[in-house]
Design a protein around this ligand. Structure first.
Ligand code: ATP
Ligand code: MG
Length: 588
């Protein structure tokens, strides 16, 4: 391993910060006992073998989405690049919304993205709920030192006394009660002697601070609720703004990267850690919070609350619906971990919020798949083409490259015959200008096969074309010396009806019709695209074995992946991951 960033890594303000901290030896003396803990534990350790420590701290209250991928790639990526460790920490301090199902799904997705929380012999998978004991101990120390007090005001009263951006807050009548009294009440709170909302523990900072987050924020609230890991052991739960810095410090995190909305919390983050260090509960150097801009992607919603609403109300089929921007949905749709990592790399990190167009994500997928995806032919809107001068019951072999970028991938085999499937759009009874495909009297190449000349067509009673007739030119087979003897402008794909595989194909469109479906207070449900999934029965070339998760580039059509849940070789079901070009909005 070297200490230089991975080749090609573009510098950014977070890298600059880490490099400066490393150069100054800011964390060089940090002790690490091999596990999270307060000063008394870390003091028994040795200088931390990890040069930096970062963390990805999801709350297990939903599935991860593409925004989380940005944070994952950043935190794990930076730790890897600077020989550090990145912890996966479940921020499970809110018992009412959290579930084991989400814990399992998050672990699955971080692994799928290709990241690992192991560092040397450490397994850095942690749960904030494991720190409830330390947090409580710290809270008692803060009370005893006069840095916290138990307030008897109701949550509404506290809110009313907090003041505004232009007016200072007012002191609680309980703010100056003796520490002994607060301590006694805190113990009663812990022991379950008080109902929800009747008491809370608050930091004692400054009700006149210009930063509202410093106006005696609540540290603990009473919640008689069963936690998915600690059961009924606790009935007081820490607030996020207090739990988070403590979690970082217990784990010896050096760089705590979070999104910009936490910028106003940074003074409190530092205040609480400094007080705990003074009380010898934590060791210096303390973690440092730095904010970056979150990912906002157009045509999707990424708030977990809104995703939950889409799932619960049946607007989509579960958390892994291929139309959702959840990582489980993107995986099912056909996104690869490499494409998502490439997308995050292209995003970079900045300090300014912006919106990224959905097409940037799609382009990352194309760029990842183009060199590696096997090619195949599919006909999504089939129309029968009969080669009237080709003998009935005969066939002959044709071949095509498995991947034109990679000759070593070899060739795929299929056969030519009398009855073929072509795309309905590749025939016109009356061609518009510059239409070079099939119409009566015109010649086209059947890709990898022969040149044919259209001789007629058959309509049903409703006036729809149900069959096209053509004659083939026997000397023009692709790959033979006569292939160039006749010049044509059109080149169309086809599959031999005698050997085509029937498949269900799901063509996805954007889930929302508007680029910013949840802008302002707008009802995002109203912006749902009613035609976001179109199901068609298609014909596939015989080389396709639709094992769940397998991906192809269907020539001219896009990238398609066999559905992980519903596809089988006998009954293929494929999802269109993306078209070949960004055509959205251009030819609808
Ligand atoms: P949501 O708002 O969707 O519920 P969250 O921020 O509440 O997301 P957490 O589980 O707390 O969800 O997020 C874990 C980490 O992922 C946090 O550090 C958070 O900053 C980061 N994160 C969440 N959404 C984004 C995003 N859109 N872009 C970048 N990072 C994000
Ligand atoms: Mg959050």
């Amino acid at each position: 391993m070297s200490s230089v960033p991975s080749p090609g890594a573009v510098s950014n303000f977070l890298r600059t910060l880490i490099e400066k901290d490393l150069a100054e030896g800011r964390h060089a003396q940090k002790l690490w006992a091999g596990r999270p803990g307060p000063a008394s534990v870390q003091r028994q350790g040795t200088p931390d073998p990890a040069r930096i420590r970062t963390r990805f701290p999801p709350e297990p209250n939903g599935y991860l989405h593409i925004g989380h991928a940005k944070s994952i790639c950043l935190n794990f990526g930076l730790a890897n690049d600077y020989q550090g460790a990145c912890h996966l920490r479940f921020d499970d301090t809110n018992p009412e919304k959290e579930e084991q199902e989400y814990v399992d799904a998050i672990i699955d997705m971080v692994k799928w993205l290709g990241f690992d929380w192991k560092f040397q012999d450490e397994d850095n998978l942690y749960f904030a709920s494991d720190y409830f004991g330390y947090m409580y101990e710290f809270a008692e120390a803060l009370v005893q030192a006069g840095h916290a007090y138990v307030d008897e005001q109701s949550p509404d009263e506290i809110r009313a006394m907090r003041g505004t951006l232009t007016e200072p807050g007012k002191d609680s009548p309980w703010r100056d009660r003796p520490a002994e009294e607060s301590l006694q009440l805190l113990r009663e709170m812990r022991d379950g002697k008080h109902p929800n909302g009747s008491l809370c523990l608050r930091a004692r900072i400054d009700m006149a601070s210009p930063n509202i987050n410093m106006r005696d924020p609540v540290l603990y609230r009473i919640r008689h609720a069963t936690h998915h890991r600690t059961g009924d052991q606790w009935c007081i739960y820490p607030m996020y703004s207090w739990a988070h810095p403590v979690e970082d410090a217990l784990e010896g995190i050096t760089h705590s990267f979070c999104t910009l909305e936490f910028e106003d919390q940074r003074p409190f983050y530092n205040w609480i850690l400094e007080r705990l260090a003074e009380l010898d509960m934590l060791l210096h150097p303390l973690p440092q919070q730095t904010e970056f801009a979150r990912l906002n992607l157009s045509y999707v919603v990424t708030s977990k609350r809104k995703l939950l609403q889409l799932v619960r109300d049946g607007h989509v089929n579960g958390w892994d619906d291929p139309r959702l921007p959840t990582l489980a949905g993107l995986r099912r749709r056909g996104y690869t971990p490499a494409a998502i990592r490439l997308f995050c790399e292209r995003l970079g990190v900045t300090k300014a919020d912006s919106r990224i167009d959905y097409s940037v994500l799609e382009q990352a997928l194309r760029d990842d798949l183009d060199p590696i995806a096997p090619r195949a032919v599919a006909v999504l809107d089939p129309l029968k083409l009969v080669i009237t001068n080709y003998p009935e019951g005969s066939s002959e072999p044709c071949q095509a490259p498995a991947n034109p970028h990679n000759p070593e991938a070899g060739v795929r085999q299929f056969s030519f015959g009398r009855e073929l499937w072509i795309e309905r759009d590749d025939f016109r009874e009356e061609p518009p200008k510059k239409y070079f495909r099939l119409f009566p009297g015109n010649k086209v190449r059947l890709k990898y096969g022969y040149i044919v000349e259209c001789t007629g067509f058959v309509k049903n009673e409703a006036g729809e074309v149900i069959e096209v007739h053509a004659e083939y030119l026997p000397d023009t087979k692709s790959g033979t010396p006569g292939a160039d003897s006749v010049k044509v402008k059109g080149n169309i794909t086809w599959v031999n009806a005698a050997e085509a595989i029937s498949a269900e194909i799901r063509l996805y469109d954007r889930l929302f019709l508007e680029p910013h479906p949840d802008a302002g207070d707008q009802d995002f449900i109203a912006a749902l695209n009613p035609d976001s999934c179109q199901v068609v029965q298609a014909w596939l070339e015989p080389s396709i074995q639709a094992e769940p998760g397998a991906t192809w580039q269907f020539e001219r059509l896009g990238y398609f992946t066999a559905d992980r849940e519903e596809s089988s070789i006998e009954r293929p079901v494929l999802n269109r991951a993306t078209t070949l070009k960004d055509s959205w909005g251009k030819n609808k």
